[in-house]
Design a binder for this molecule. Sequence first.
Ligand SMILES: [Zn+2]
Length: 118
Amino acid sequence: MNTGKRFSQGVPSRCWCGKGIAIFYSKTDENPYRRFYRCEIGAQRKKENHLFKWVDEALLDEIRRVEAEQGRIAEHIEDLKQSLTNTVEEEVRKQKNSLEIGCLGSILWLFGKLRSQE
Ligand SMILES: [Zn+2]
């Protein structure tokens, strides 16, 4: 699940070391009770550089990521609409042309019939 997701983006699901992550509360004076994601191993081995990310920043990231995704989807839908409109217009034009040719053909055929009866 979510293995393709990069740690730098949005809400992290795993540390680079493969371990799961947990939410902890900061106990520092600068960030009292501020929540953060931390690798379970990293929480015990503080000297190693395991995943750390503030929860609020991760959520903001996630919102930005979703917004960007929405923008891309909206553009894609616009493209689809345009290409659908083009296809329909082209089909209508083709049908119209073949109808006109069909009409002309019938008229010519009728003329031919009338002539042969004269
Ligand atoms: Zn880790």
